[in-house]
Design a protein around this ligand. Structure first.
Ligand SMILES: NC(=O)c1ccc[n+]([C@@H]2O[C@H](COP(=O)([O-])OP(=O)(O)OC[C@H]3O[C@@H](n4cnc5c(N)ncnc54)[C@H](O)[C@@H]3O)[C@@H](O)[C@H]2O)c1
Length: 320
């Protein structure tokens, strides 16, 4: 079995590479190191079953060459601009790093005869839904961020390729993922702010935004499990836990772990930024029916993530 992972030096991609390599799967990874960290691949690089291609998916010619050389059975496409919040600062970025790169890797996969194509989409594609928990069958009335718009366009391309060329499509709509090697999101921001000033902290919005979070190990197991057990033309799954936490509750856990009590300065409003969905809670009944189960609670995941960041402060310093 040969799997190619795009975004292999990133948070989720590096865990997925370690997971497959531990099973004896041959893994190739593509990464341009725009947000990826070479430190995350130290273990993988020691494994003879791993091959790294430092390359940008935006370059179709190189992408096609890599796919034809490695000839994977399956591709897991994780590379993207994973930062939802700053999309409006550079409106072309999500289109290029999301939609166009997804097209490039999808077409290169078709040319190389890939059988399974998996994709990291997001719960943000539901915009601001009115049904909670939100099932896969929920409609997408309005997109609220360029990030989610680009993810939804990627989903549509994969569905069309599955229909037209017979490549099996796996679309995973993740909630926010937590755990070791976490490099972006609210815990990263809060930990960084508290390290700079433990007396007061800025909280985006009113702190009452309700969010579901999933442990990275549970996310990886779900991807592997679904790709091994599901065989529809197109397989769409929400990935998340059975619970959610408010931003304030998450900050309580962070403050307790760091043993600080900063005063909280709220920027106000229900949303932290334009495109921030105030309530994300996905219905994962379909996933659970396949036998998958989360192993960590959100509170445990917040603690693990924070401890990892505090023990690896180089990451807090390196990434702005
Ligand atoms: N982390 C989350 O909470 C979360 C939630 C929902 C969806 N996702 C999606 O999961 C995927 C992985 O997220 P992550 O948290 O690991 O992000 P990440 O930023 O850690 O990883 C993305 C990786 O892709 C690489 N990359 C980006 N553009 C590239 C390009 N053009 N060519 C080659 N490599 C490129 C980066 O260098 C990085 O290593 C992303 O698609 C993200 O949108 C993540």
């Amino acid at each position: 079995m040969k799997v190619l992972i795009t975004g292999v030096a990133g948070f989720i991609g590096s865990h997925l590479a370690d997971h497959y390599l531990a099973q004896g799967v041959q893994v190739a990874g593509i990464d341009n190191f725009s947000t990826g960290q070479s430190e995350f691949l130290v273990g993988a690089n020691k494994n003879p079953g791993f091959k790294l291609f430092q390359s940008d998916l935006f370059n179709y010619t190189n992408t096609e060459k890599i796919l034809k050389e490695f000839k994977p059975d399956a591709v897991v496409h994780l590379a993207a601009n994973a930062d939802v919040r700053f999309g409006l600062n550079h409106p072309r970025k999500d289109l290029e790093q999301g939609t166009i790169c997804t097209f490039n890797i999808l077409e290169a996969s078709r040319q190389a005869g890939v059988k399974q194509f998996a994709y990291s989409s997001t719960g943000s594609v539901y915009g601001e839904p009115t049904v909670f928990p939100t099932p896969e069958s929920c409609s997408f009335p309005i997109q609220t961020s360029l990030y989610a718009a680009s993810k939804l366009a990627g989903e549509a391309l994969i569905q069309s390729y599955a229909e037209g060329y017979g490549i099996k499509g796996y679309i995973f709509r993740f909630v926010s993922i937590l755990g070791e090697r976490y490099t972006h999101g609210h815990i990263f921001d809060f930990a960084k702010k508290i390290k700079a000033n433990s007396k007061s902290i800025e909280v985006l919005g009113d702190g009452n935004q309700q969010k579901a979070y999933l442990y990275v190990g549970d996310c990886i197991r779900a991807i592997d499990h679904i790709m091994k057990t599901q065989n529809e033309k197109i397989n769409i799954f929400n990935l998340g836990p059975d619970e959610y936490l408010t931003v304030n509750q998450s900050l309580d856990v962070i403050c307790k772990t760091m043993n600080v009590q900063p005063t909280r300065d709220y920027t106000g409003g229900k949303r932290g930024w334009i495109g921030d969905s105030p309530f994300i809670f996905l219905d994962c009944t379909k996933l659970k029916k396949t036998g998958w189960k989360a192993t960590r609670t959100i509170r445990e995941s917040v603690e693990i993530t924070l401890k990892y960041l505090l023990e690896n402060s180089w990451l807090l310093e390196r990434r702005s």
